[in-house]
Design a protein around this ligand. Structure first.
Ligand code: SF4
Length: 268
């Protein structure tokens, strides 16, 4: 990810499934690679989540998540292609000893995935020419979670790349008891509704730009995917064009979400 030379502040009003969101974002100007639009979408995702948190607190519930609990960092985290490039760029900026620890964690994780026959399916998913439905991914997610593999970035139950973590990690918040998250597959977890999944919007944007499927890459294979597809991160776009396309992607996401929930959140 390059540091944009200039940006402009935009005020947006977005009708989400958590209500009307009044957001402010810094949008790069000039000519940029797709990775430079990632912070814009992540900011929108976080502002939408803040709206949902506010709704939840107003309803009398308490968010249980706290620093030092990495229970949800043992799931298969989906990474959008633009974020895979950001992840690899961010990795190169870390201190060398931290990079080494992450590479060792990654090697160990891939070895364990290979042992149980899950590495190939994850690699196939990352490069699949087709889009997979949530139902199709469910068995893979369950098999992955059953291993309880800690994320390669988790150190002492704390995310070692917190400010740079993928969008997929930013939306997990619960109001149920923290200990229930030790078995998220079988316990009655009360997860907050996610009105805006920035990673999915980035994947829709990527699909639009590459005329391919809406691709979400499992985190353990995101590095190798980004390394073997670096040429796809080379093109640059006028920032305004890219932002407009991102907003089109956001519109598609919101339309799909509204249709799925019948204009209502699941718990309503
Ligand atoms: S990147 Fe960080 S927040 Fe996301 S799963 Fe890994 S350790 Fe957890």
């Amino acid at each position: 990810m390059t540091m944009p030379l200039s940006s402009e502040r935009l005020n947006l009003s977005i009708d989400t499934t958590s209500g009307e969101m009044h957001a402010q974002v810094e949008v790069p100007t000039g000519v940029i690679p797709i990775s430079d639009i990632v912070p814009v979408l992540r900011s929108l995702g976080e502002q939408a989540q803040a709206l949902e948190v506010s709704n939840t607190v107003q309803s009398g519930k308490t968010i249980s998540c706290q620093k030092g609990c990495g229970a949800c960092c043992r799931q298969m985290i989906p990474v959008s292609p633009p974020e895979a490039f950001v992840l690899i760029d961010g990795m190169h900026m870390l201190p060398s000893d931290q990079q080494e620890r992450i590479r060792q964690n990654l090697a160990l994780t891939k070895k364990q995935l290979q042992k149980v026959g899950l590495l190939s399916p994850l690699q196939d998913l990352a490069d699949s020419p087709h889009q997979h439905s949530d139902d199709e991914l469910e068995s893979l997610n369950r098999a992955y979670y059953a291993l309880r593999l800690p994320c390669i970035f988790l150190e002492n139950e704390v995310c070692s790349i917190y400010d740079h973590r993928p969008s997929g990690c930013r939306s997990h918040l619960v109001t149920s008891l923290p200990e229930l998250c030790q078995d998220m597959a079988n316990n009655p977890i009360e997860e907050l509704h996610v009105p805006l999944r920035a990673g999915t919007v980035l994947s829709i944007l990527w699909s639009d730009l590459t005329e391919g499927p809406v691709r979400l890459i499992p985190l353990p294979v995101a590095f190798e995917w980004a390394e073997t597809h670096q040429e796809l991160n080379a093109p640059t776009w006028k920032a305004a064009t890219l932002f407009d396309k991102a907003m089109d992607g956001l519109g598609k996401f919101l339309q799909h979400t509204r249709a799925a929930f019948g204009h209502k959140k699941p718990e309503e």
